[in-house]
Design a protein around this ligand. Structure first.
Ligand SMILES: Cc1cc2nc3c(=O)[nH]c(=O)nc-3n(C[C@H](O)[C@H](O)[C@H](O)COP(=O)(O)OP(=O)(O)OC[C@H]3O[C@@H](n4cnc5c(N)ncnc54)[C@H](O)[C@@H]3O)c2cc1C
Length: 465
């Protein structure tokens, strides 16, 4: 490792190869979403200033890769919580924060986004996973039309529907298994202001809301037809500071309107079952897309202990209600944990969204419109102290296991574990199905014959284990 770092220091100026004594190293290593990621102490943080630096890095590190002398993690915003994924102990963390640049190509409405950019800024310039536009526009990865990627051998290629289609589809959902993506080219579409936000309400209203969610998802117009303009995430949230659990709906009306027609958007949620609750707190308002992204960021608590995990079920009210009951019972047993915030979110995959996903060329997740409507069940916990890591993880795994067992009993379970929220013990790649898993493995063998991203980029979810 020492000689690999020395090689980097001989090639790049000091601010690009940060070692633990450097003040910027400390700052960057503290800027992860969760405390567990900041616990890792990489031997060095490498900051490429552009694609050419990534190419040089790969070429310089090749001999060290061949000898198995170094391990690598690639970091973008650093929100994925899996160990060694966006930060690596005693290895090299490549932090992409300087790979910026957003360029709009007007003739075909494509935006080219440097891999280190953040959504808030992209939205500001123009006007992700799953976003509030996903019900209408598919998964964020479905909207990438071209990836610029530096392969482990140090060659830069473009992968799109016409060139290297196998790699293109693999990058849509296949994780950090193929190389360093340096630019994402994405389709754009008109988007006016949005109306929505979060509502918190008493538990007694939850069963009725869950039933309305399932009715909405099964409605041939609202949930199944092409455009789904209402985005809803429903959930239960325990917060130590509230000393109890509240129901929570995050609802957005996303239909595009031209300037001056904002009242159409505002009226869009009138009569919507998800805002018709006796709310304790409500922050529904008209916002731009970048402000909506900010609402999400404000809702997130950084730099504490944090874990997520998820499963997927059919849109079936008794299954979802059983999941809510299991969650409620467990949150009662965890209320002694300092600073605990624990939530269960029902994240719908409407049939219309799955249609859109396949219209846009599909991805590696293996979902078909006929599978829907589906609902992701996502558990997220934050807490104060590393001493409680094991206890929280054990309790969350118990909840997830019970939710899956009960869904299996009702025959309403579904294999998908979304990678974005997967716990370390989960296997999202296997959940895509044996054929997709095999195809991803083949792509890895073809474009990374030496298996650098399988063996020496050990964090995340690997293909050839
Ligand atoms: C509080 C919270 C809220 C969330 N909300 C949502 C949500 O609403 N919707 C959703 O879909 N997901 C959500 N997620 C999940 C999150 O979006 C994913 O974990 C996502 O991958 C994080 O992106 P990032 O830029 O932070 O990636 P990082 O954590 O920096 O990296 C994620 C993985 O991708 C790899 N990687 C990153 N950049 C590159 C690159 N350029 N080339 C190759 N590999 C790369 C990394 O090595 C790592 O394995 C949430 C997570 C948290 C903690």
């Amino acid at each position: 490792m020492d000689s690999a770092i020395q090689t980097l220091r001989n090639t790049f100026p000091p601010p690009q190869v940060l070692v633990p004594t450097h003040s910027l190293y400390t700052l960057l290593n503290k800027s992860y979403h969760a405390g567990q990621q900041a616990d890792h102490r990489p031997a060095a943080i490498f900051l490429p200033r552009g694609r050419q630096d990534v190419v040089r890095f790969m070429r310089l590190m090749k001999p060290f890769f061949v000898q198995g002398d170094i391990t690598l993690a690639i970091r973008n915003a650093g929100q994925q919580l899996t160990a060694n994924c966006a930060n690596i102990h005693n290895g090299i963390t490549m932090d992409l924060c300087l790979l910026t640049g957003i360029r709009f190509r007007a003739h075909d409405n494509i935006v080219m986004i440097g891999a280190g950019e953040r959504w808030g800024l992209v939205y500001e310039v123009l006007a992700g996973g799953l976003s509030l536009l996903s019900p209408r526009e598919g998964f964020a990865c479905d909207n990438v039309v071209n990836f610029e990627i530096v392969l482990p051998c140090g060659t830069t290629v473009h992968a799109n529907a016409n060139h290297r289609r196998d790699l293109f589809l693999a990058l849509r959902g296949g994780g950090n298994n193929f190389g360093v993506v340096t630019r994402f080219d994405m389709r754009t579409f008109p988007q006016g202001p949005l109306y929505g936000g979060c509502l918190y309400y008493d538990l007694g209203e939850m069963p009725g809301q869950v039933e309305k969610l399932v009715r909405f998802l099964k409605d041939p117009v609202a949930g199944n037809a092409g455009d789904v303009d209402v985005d809803v995430r429903m959930g239960l949230t325990y917060a130590k500071k509230w000393d109890g659990v509240l129901g929570r709906n995050e609802v957005w009306y996303t239909k595009h309107v031209e300037e001056g027609e904002e009242d159409v958007v505002e009226r869009g949620l009138e009569g919507c079952p998800f805002v018709e609750v006796k709310s304790r707190m409500s922050v529904l308002k008209m916002v731009s897309l970048s402000e909506a992204a900010q609402v999400k960021v404000d809702d997130v608590e950084g730099q504490r202990r944090c874990t997520t995990m998820n499963t997927t079920v059919k849109a079936h009210a008794p299954t979802l209600l059983a999941a809510c009951t299991t969650f409620l019972n467990s949150s009662n047993t965890m209320d002694h944990i300092p600073g605990l915030y624990f939530s269960l979110t029902l994240q719908p995959y409407p049939v219309g969204m799955l249609h859109k996903s396949s219209l846009l060329g599909g991805n590696s997740l293996g979902l078909k419109p006929a599978d829907g409507p589906l609902v992701g069940i996502i558990l997220v916990a934050y807490w104060d102290d590393a001493n409680h890591d094991e206890e929280v993880l054990r309790a969350m795994k118990w909840v997830l296991g019970k939710v899956e067992d009960e869904a299996a009993d009702r025959r309403t379970g579904f294999p998908l574990k979304l990678m974005n929220y997967a716990g370390e013990f989960q296997d999202p790649i296997a959940s895509y199905g044996p054929h997709n898993r095999w195809k991803l493995g083949e792509v890895s063998r073809k474009w990374d014959a030496e298996g650098v991203f399988q063996k020496l980029v050990p964090g995340g979810f690997k293909l050839l284990t």
